[in-house]
Design a protein around this ligand. Structure first.
Ligand code: SAH
Length: 221
């Protein structure tokens, strides 16, 4: 069980400094930065990696996966242009950190993860923060989560060569989808996409490195 942690002052200061640094980098606006300031990233890291919580870098989590770099979380969140009434689908729950940030800014978040272990850990962490507007599912994110469609926003937090057709189908007509598009193990282009005349049309936001979107539910959970 994960107990609520007494946050010491040093941690609060470290988080505020990270958020100030992100503000200087101009990667996100006020609401996104406030959300980042309100979520203790250390809660989403295991003990050996907690010292990395307020550095602007990715860090290892269980199952060989990673928690994204705070500046990338900030940039992706900002690019979604969330409004408080919106419903969001996230592919790749991972630690649950990005999910917690989304939950602060949107009405409802549905998040899909292929490792049951990660999904359960994320659920426990979100419960510590008393976040209740999230539903987590263990499934293959290539299929999205049709039961909750359409979504105003879709965020894919794993690298894919092509945006899965199911996600395009589940995106609302005026919706925005963000995904790192490119080869596994290399550099991907973070794309912001909308429905266009002949399918999705996208703009390139930045170069990023994500772990791959892997087919199927994990065999070892
Ligand atoms: N958003 C996460 C970062 C996730 S790393 C965070 O804030 O911590 C990418 C995650 O996508 C990993 O947990 C990986 O297991 C998951 N993933 C990879 N392929 C997937 C698939 N097909 N369906 C669902 N999740 C997938």
């Amino acid at each position: 069980m994960i107990e609520p942690e007494e946050e010491d002052e040093a941690e609060t200061v470290a988080r505020a400094e990270l958020v100030m640094d992100l503000r200087r980098q101009n990667v996100a606006g006020r609401a996104t930065l406030a959300a980042l300031e309100s979520v203790p990233r250390s809660l989403f890291l295991d003990a050996p990696h907690k010292s990395l919580a307020y550095r602007d870098r990715a860090a290892p989590i269980d199952c060989g996966q990673t928690i994204s770099q705070p500046s990338v979380v900030a940039m992706m969140t900002e690019a979604l242009a969330l409004e408080p009434h919106m419903r969001v689908l996230e592919i790749g729950t991972g630690s649950g950190y990005q999910c917690a940030i989304l939950a602060r800014l949107a009405a409802e978040v549905v998040s899909v993860e292929r490792y049951r272990h990660l999904s359960e850990l994320a659920a426990a962490r979100l419960a510590v923060l008393k976040i209740t507007n999230v539903s987590l599912h263990v499934a293959d994110g290539h299929d999205g989560w049709p039961a909750g469609a359409p979504y105003d926003r879709i965020i894919v937090t794993a690298a894919t060569e092509a945006i899965p057709a199911a996600l395009v189908d589940q995106l609302a007509p005026e919706g925005i989808l963000i995904a790192p598009v490119g080869p596994a193990g290399g550099v991907q282009e973070l794309m912001r996409c909308r429905h266009g005349a002949g399918g999705l049309v996208g703009e390139r936001l930045a170069d990023v490195r994500f772990v791959p979107l892997t087919p199927g539910i994990a065999r070892i959970l």
